[in-house]
Design a protein around this ligand. Structure first.
Ligand SMILES: [Zn+2]
Length: 289
C-alpha cells in the first residue's frame, strides 16, 4: 500500500508531468469509484491541471477554473486504499483493462489513470471545490502529518494513548501518512517494541520515536534520486526490516522476528526492540482460542 513517502513522490512527479495539461474528457469505469456526485466529473472537461499534492496518504489533483464555468477551482481527492495507483500514461487505456477505475483524458493523447490491482474495488475519489478539501471528513479528521515530524511536545501528547504503538502510528486520526511498512521501520529506528503502549513511553522513548520519523523524509530523498519521471507500479521501497523476518538486523545482527496476523505481519529486532522477547504469533494464538 502506498504510504506517505510513496504518495509524496508520486504527487511530485505527477505535478511536474501534468501542470497545465488540459482535460478533454473523463470516464469512471469503476462502478463505485466516485464518492461524490456534485460537481459531476464532466465538470473537469476543459480545465487545466493546476498541480498535484498530497495530504496524509491521499493524492489530490487540483484543477484551475475553466473559462466560462460558474464553478471555481476543483480538486480530486483520491484514496488509493491498499492497491490503487494514480499514474499518467502516454496512451489511453484499453476499455477492457479491468484495473481502470477513473480515466482523465488529457489533450495530446495522455491520460491520468486511477488503477487498482487485485479483484476488490476499494479505491475511491471525490470531486470537490478546492476550498472544501480541508473540511472534507476524510481530511478534517486526520492527525498532523508524520513528515515533516510534528514538534516533539505535540508528539508526546498525540502518543499518550493506551494503544499499542504499531496500530497507533497507523491510526490516521492520530498521525497521518504511516501504514504497515513504515510503521515497522519507524519503530525499528526508535528501538521500540510494536506492542508497547503509547501511554507507557518514557520521555527518552518518545524522543527516539520522534527522531525515527526521519526515515520517512529519508525515503522521499531516496525516491527523488531513484524514481524517474514515471512512477513505477511497484516502488523500490528502501525498507530495512519490514518483511525481512529471519534476516540479520542491519544494525545489531540479531535475527529479525515477525508477528503474523491474518493478512499482514510486523517485523522487529528482538534484541533491540522487545528486550530479547520473541512475541507471540497472533495467527496461532487466535486459532488456539
Ligand atoms: Zn537489532
Amino acid at each position: 500500500m502506498p504510504e506517505l513517502p510513496e504518495v509524496e513522490i508520486a504527487a511530485r512527479r505527477l505535478s511536474t508531468a501534468l501542470e497545465g495539461a488540459r482535460v478533454e474528457s473523463t470516464l469512471a469505469p469503476g462502478m463505485v469509484v466516485m464518492k461524490s456526485f456534485d460537481p459531476p466529473l464532466a465538470e473537469l472537461e476543459g480545465r487545466e491541471v493546476a498541480g498535484v499534492r498530497r495530504i496524509g496518504k491521499m493524492p489530490i489533483v487540483d484543477f484551475a477554473t475553466a473559462p466560462g464555468s460558474a464553478r471555481g477551482e476543483l480538486s480530486l481527492l483520491v484514496h488509493l486504499m491498499s492497491a490503487g495507483r494514480l499514474q499518467v500514461f502516454d496512451k489511453r487505456a484499453s476499455l477492457k483493462d479491468k484495473r481502470s477505475r477513473l480515466l482523465i483524458r488529457l489533450a495530446g493523447g495522455r491520460e491520468l489513470r486511477l488503477r487498482e490491482f487485485g479483484t476488490k474495488q476499494r479505491a475511491w475519489a471525490k470531486l470537490l471545490p478546492t476550498g472544501a478539501v480541508e473540511t472534507d471528513e476524510m481530511v478534517a479528521t486526520l492527525g498532523p502529518e508524520a513528515w515533516p515530524a510534528p514538534p516533539l511536545e505535540e508528539l508526546v501528547k498525540l502518543l499518550d494513548q493506551p494503544r499499542q504503538l504499531h496500530p497507533l502510528l497507523r491510526h490516521q486520526r492520530t498521525i497521518a501518512g504511516i501504514g504497515r511498512s513504515w510503521s515497522d521501520e519507524v519503530l525499528w529506528e526508535a528501538r521500540l517494541g510494536p506492542f508497547k503502549k503509547g501511554s507507557d513511553l518514557e520521555p527518552a522513548e518518545v524522543e527516539r520515536l520522534h527522531a525515527g520519523l526521519a526515515v520517512l523524509g529519508a525515503a522521499i530523498d531516496t525516491y527523488e534520486e531513484t524514481v524517474g519521471e514515471t512512477v513505477p507500479d511497484k516502488m523500490p521501497m528502501p525498507l530495512r526490516v519490514h518483511k525481512r523476518e529471519g534476516e540479520p538486523c542491519p544494525r545489531c545482527g540479531a535475527t529479525l522476528a515477525a508477528v503474523h496476523f491474518a493478512e499482514h505481519s510486523t517485523t522487529y529486532c528482538p534484541d533491540e526492540q522487545t528486550g530479547g522477547r520473541v512475541l507471540k504469533d497472533r495467527r496461532l494464538s487466535r486459532l488456539l482460542k
